[in-house]
Design a protein around this ligand. Structure first.
Ligand SMILES: O=C1CCCN[C@@H]1CCCn1cnc2ccccc2c1=O
Length: 485
């Protein structure tokens, strides 16, 4: 059909809601906060799954599957972890006409589902490390504005749950997994992220510390948690009695991690790369990387053009490029150009009478619109290079835009001005929780409160005597602050 009704830089929220539907990724569902993932988005999820499964297999992490349902007794076993989240837990209270004796929770995460069995399975140090992952759906009955991929009441994710004999092993794995999350964002989705540690206030309350990859949406000036890798310490081991007999024959508690990324990754990619013509897919995650369009006229050699298109698709597929031709007779070339641009296919190849005569094709990039005539000879190699160039360009452009939003501030006034300018703020902070709570209280507004996003592992120089922007106390670390999703 026609193009988008909303422009990304003028009505971002409406643009996003429209582009996920017009790009055929999402269909809205009749239950608020729930969305249908159509093949165009499910295929992206499957590519991310393929990457992650291959990487965790190298780490000897095994996939498993645990039940969707959690008994209330077990769910409430870990007090600090559940208290803040309780309102989001969905419960099954009936079957047919009759009430259940005891309501059953639907998993909002699976620590409490899995750990009673970790306790049963782990006896001696030879049972360690225990490293499981599961791909599943999660339900959290959120109330703040639902957004496809970004915030939904049901979403898909993977959650990894691991147990080790020693803290050093768990600390190491936390970072190993976080690096996989960075690769998912930067190498596959072409989205720049910052690796860092969450503050005590923002971390997972049931854990010891939380590491994160934080992304940023320039259009809204909001940070977004991309994926998290938590060191749980021995908190859950104590509660669920996950002990083992160590080499010295002593009874010891295990050290645990839990980590996850979700279909939110797809929403972040759309928000960062999409434009006023529709989705823009990075080639690495595009189920169709190249679409070939025959351009025929009434007296042209139609069959010759069709044969050239089919041969071009075959040659690209044989060299591992995901290509398809659009031979539909009832749509014009122009209509097809708009349609596949809306779906964000990274590269379009047009073949018309002139191209046929010159034994070449016309290649058009989705990221910057560049048109190039390519000889049919050795076409696949040229296309591979173009796809690699498009992938890199998408990342470079996104990184340049994100970096342009970063604002270093040293005083409260600079902080509030930068907040109002949709900046990603980097500020020296005293790392005191009360100060963070105070900043939240002082910045409450229609954008929500500003909060810490992470303290980047890559810390700029912090000269002696640098003061906290908010409290004036001696600063301890540089921290990213901002509004967030
Ligand atoms: O992030 C992850 C990664 C995957 C495994 N779980 C951890 C921690 C989940 C934290 N969390 C997040 N929302 C919740 C909502 C309701 C109940 C409990 C929770 C809850 O524990």
């Amino acid at each position: 059909g026609l193009g988008l009704s909303y422009k990304k830089d003028e009505n971002f929220g409406e643009w996003y809601s429209e582009v996920v539907v017009s790009g055929e990724m999402i269909e809205y569902y009749d239950i608020s906060g729930c969305y249908i993932l159509r093949p165009w988005s499910m295929s992206i999820w499957e590519i991310l799954q393929g990457f992650f499964n291959a990487e965790i297999k190298k780490m000897k992490i095994k996939n498993s599957y645990f039940p969707l349902f959690v008994s209330p007794a077990v769910l409430q076993k870990e007090k600090d972890h559940i208290e803040g989240f309780a309102p989001e837990v969905a419960w099954v209270t009936k079957s047919g006409d009759s009430d259940l004796e005891v309501p059953i929770a639907i998993r909002p995460t699976s620590e409490t589902v899995m750990y009673p069995y970790f306790s049963k399975w782990i006896r001696g140090h030879r049972d360690l490390p225990l490293r499981l992952n599961q791909w599943c759906n999660i339900v959290r009955w959120e109330f703040s504005n639902p957004t496809p991929f970004i915030r939904s009441r049901e979403f898909l994710w993977q959650e990894g749950h691991t147990a080790f004999a020693r803290k050093e092993e768990s600390d190491a794995e936390v970072l190993e997994i976080l690096e996989l999350y960075r690769r998912i964002y930067e190498d596959l989705l072409a989205v720049p992220v910052s690796k860092g540690k969450k503050s005590e206030l923002e971390k997972f309350a049931g854990g010891l510390y939380t590491t994160t990859v934080e992304a940023f949406i320039p259009n809204t000036g909001r940070g977004i948690q991309g994926a998290t890798s938590h060191c749980l310490g021995q908190n859950f081991a104590r509660i669920f009695e996950i002990n083992f007999e160590n080499e010295k024959g002593e009874k010891a508690m295990v050290w645990q991690n839990s980590w996850g990324f979700s279909t939110r990754t797809i929403g972040v990619m759309i928000m960062v790369h999409g434009d006023d013509k529709g989705l823009v897919l990075p080639p690495k995650v595009a189920s169709t990387q190249v679409v070939v369009i025959p351009v025929t006229y009434k007296d042209a050699n139609t069959q010759g053009i069709y044969d050239a298109c089919a041969a071009t698709v075959r040659e690209m597929n044989e060299s591992g490029i995901r290509a398809e031709a659009d031979f539909r007779e009832n749509y014009s070339p122009g209509w097809k150009y708009s349609h596949w641009e809306m779906k964000g296919v990274p590269l379009r190849i047009e073949i018309g009478p002139k191209d046929l005569a010159n034994n070449q094709v016309r290649a058009v990039r989705r990221d910057n619109g560049d048109k190039t005539d390519i000889p049919m000879a050795n076409l696949a190699e040229q296309v591979k290079d173009m796809l690699a160039t498009i992938q890199q360009n998408l990342f470079d452009v996104a990184k340049q835009k994100r970096d342009a939003c970063i604002q270093i501030v040293r005083t409260w006034d600079e902080f509030t001005v930068a907040l109002g300018q949709k900046k990603l703020i980097l500020a020296p902070w005293c790392d005191e929780e009360d100060v963070e709570k105070d900043v939240k209280a002082r910045t409450k507004g229609e954008m929500g409160a500003a909060k810490t996003l992470c303290s980047p592992f890559d810390q700029p120089e912090l000269p002696e005597g640098t003061l906290c922007f908010a409290s004036g106390k001696p600063a301890k670390k540089w921290t990213y602050w901002g509004h967030s999703y």
